[in-house]
Design a protein around this ligand. Structure first.
Ligand code: ADP
Ligand code: ZN
Length: 617
């Protein structure tokens, strides 16, 4: 059997291994190149977005190489999940960590000495214990993979000092190739990983960060509970995460959802460890549909079938937003990302930022927030804006899966509005000798009578009260768009002040026409243009059969005490409900059906499908 997997030239048959163990027909982009490089003994640096298929890079390398591959992984919960999933696929994998009792740990160690395992998962602090290093010398690993490699960088969002010591492995095992993997997109962290790990002339593999199966929408937040319910009900029975800005917010929302009949749990760092683990487990095992979470929730989550991510509050920066939305749709099937946006969030967050004591930190946080607000308010393609942030070009004119491409924002002749706004900045500055915040400017435009306006004599300037055609929120949106266009800018400082730029005053003089986006202020439900069959990643199938197979999968999973997706993912079930395989051979062609699962579950699923067809006719 083993020999079939090697060609005459002695090259490992990677596609054969891929189908046999994982049930997949073809590699995702870059996977095969990474594996071939590792097999040739090179260090590799793998940057792929969440769901890109990083784990498979070292898992298949381990199978092709024989011997033992060490996987350094930061989270104990994740180790167990990965090892369970590998065992379900028939791969000899194990982990060592503090959750094992002494007898179990001994059993695993003796298995390792006997060469029974292809993969060993271990946390860095354990790996670097002297007795562990001695064992490693005996086991002679063929490859060392460092998962979540960004943990090594203090510039990353998840720095773990113990990751720093991993570099010692380089000296101990000079011959063993290292493979560093991460989904962190920022250049600074990438550079840090390569230098800290002392990677030797590594090949860098950078996959596209475009997640074609994710639909991005930004909706003005008007009735947030209703809006979350809408999304959750559209995804009836499917998993989702709602990110909230505060701990109390997660609990409040979870309770309200429960009142509305949605199974939901909160998750945040203030809950005790037991509750956190319990709520996370309930989500992974599909016992609850929705987790309402702060950003503390996420990295330990490998759940491939999260179908929606809602941001209830405005994220602090684009990187965070991208990582959080990225947890949807790892399996490649369509998933929805909805950001509920309200301009008042911006003021609230600026308030938090101003409380920071470090001036540099404040400046950075303000810049990051401004980019986030820009993303939320832009009328450009969301996908293009996101990718642009990560220095990746996206050249399609219409991505087909974001609100701005599906439902372009209305524009209007904003020449007059811009003139009013910008000359108001000019007048205020002329009167007082310095600028004021956006709120104040808008109050002047709309003719408000506030203490500050009286105190500074801004009821005397000619632009006081000339802007009654728009409400205050609309003016603020117009103001922010003019800042995006470069005609005005926020000057950093304790108070964020809006000022006219050189560009803005040039424009005022030029009197050129200017197109602006019509400000949307919590307009009622936007038209949902449904073009379902066009969604990237979609697999059309018999939905009733799919539901039935899902139920069967759930029962099997509960019986075995594993999450449902470890039996088969949704892609496999959908393909079954589309192709209706009736023989073991045709069942084996389904994506995600490897040798072991075919033998184990083939008959069951084939007869369930046959029964369904029988009943239907
Ligand atoms: P990452 O670690 O990069 O976030 P994973 O390794 O968890 O991504 O993979 C995401 C999903 O894609 C998993 O469900 C995995 O089984 C699946 N997958 C990986 N490689 C392939 C492939 N070549 N073909 C089909 N599915 C794949
Ligand atoms: Zn788009």
């Amino acid at each position: 059997m083993e020999t079939e997997l090697f060609s005459d030239a002695g090259e490992p048959d990677l596609s054969g291994l891929l189908k046999r163990f994982f049930g997949y027909e073809s590699f995702r982009p870059l996977q095969e190149e990474v594996i071939r490089d590792a097999l040739a003994g090179h260090d590799t640096f793998v940057l792929m977005p969440t769901g890109g298929g990083k784990s498979l890079c070292y898992q298949l390398s381990a199978l092709a190489m024989g011997g033992l591959t060490i996987v350094v992984s930061p989270l104990i919960a994740l180790m167990k999940d990965q090892v369970d999933a590998l065992q379900e696929a028939g791969v000899a994998a194990t982990f060592l960590n503090s959750t094992l009792n002494a007898a179990e740990a001994r059993r695993r160690l003796s298995g390792l000495y006997n060469g029974e395992y292809r993969l060993l998962y271990v946390a860095p602090e354990r790996l670097l214990l002297p007795e562990m290093l001695e064992r490693l010398v005996e086991w002679q690993p063929g490859l060392i993979a460092i998962d979540e490699a960004h943990c090594i960088s203090e510039w990353g969002h998840d720095f773990r000092p113990e990751y720093r010591k991993i570099a010692e492995l380089r000296d101990r095992f000079p011959e063993t190739p290292l493979m560093a993997l991460t989904a962190t997109a920022t250049e600074r962290v990438r550079a840090d990983i390569v230098s800290q790990l002392e990677l030797r002339d590594p090949k860098r593999y950078v996959a596209s960060f475009n997640r074609a199966n994710l639909m991005y929408r930004v909706i003005p937040r008007s009735q947030p509970l209703r809006q979350v319910l809408d999304v959750a009900r559209r995804h009836d029975g499917e998993s989702g995460i709602v990110y909230c800005g505060t701990r109390a917010g997660t609990e409040r929302l979870a309770n309200r959802l429960i009142d509305q009949g949605i199974r939901a749990v909160p998750y945040h760092a203030g809950l005790d460890a037991g509750t956190r683990a319990k709520n996370q487990e309930a989500f992974i095992r599909d016992e609850v549909q929705v987790v309402c979470a702060t950003i503390a929730f996420g990295m330990g989550i490998d759940k491939p079938d999260v179908r929606f991510v809602v941001h209830y509050d405005l994220p602090k920066n684009i990187e965070g937003y991208y990582q959080e939305t990225g947890r949807a749709g790892r399996d490649g099937l369509p998933a929805d990302c909805v950001l509920l946006f309200n301009a008042s969030d911006v003021a609230k967050q600026i308030g938090f930022i101003e409380e920071k004591t470090d001036e540099h930190e404040r400046t950075v946080a303000r810049q990051l927030l401004q980019q986030m607000v820009h993303f939320a308010e832009t009328s450009d393609c969301r996908r293009r804006s996101l990718l642009h942030y990560f220095s990746e070009a996206f050249s399609d004119k219409n991505c087909g899966a974001c609100d701005n491409c599906l439902d372009p924002k209305e524009t209007f002749d904003g020449t007059e509005a811009a003139q009013k706004f910008l000359s108001c900045l000019f007048r205020i500055h002329g009167k007082s000798g310095f600028g004021f915040g956006l709120n104040h400017v808008v109050e002047v435009l709309t003719g408000a009578d506030t203490e500050a306006i009286r105190k500074w004599g801004h009821d005397q300037v000619s632009t006081h009260g000339i802007g009654n055609e728009f409400g205050r929120d609309e003016w603020k949106a117009i103001g922010r768009e003019l800042m995006r266009l470069g005609h005005a800018q926020l000057t950093p400082g304790r108070m964020s002040v809006v000022e006219l730029t050189q560009e803005g005053s040039d424009w005022l003089r030029s009197k050129e026409p200017l197109e602006l986006t019509r400000p949307v202020v919590a307009k009622p439900k936007s038209r949902e243009r449904r073009s379902r069959s066009e969604r990237s990643g979609e697999i059309e199938c018999d939905e009733m059969l799919f539901e039935r197979l899902r139920e069967m999968r759930q029962e099997l999973a509960s019986g075995r005490g594993v999450p449902a997706y470890m039996i088969f993912g949704d892609v496999a079930l959908r393909e079954m409900a589309r192709d209706c395989p009736s023989t073991m051979a045709s069942f084996g062609l389904i994506s995600g059906v490897g040798e072991k699962k075919k033998t184990e579950y083939g008959k069951l699923f084939i007869s369930e499908i046959a029964a369904y067809i029988e009943e239907k006719v």
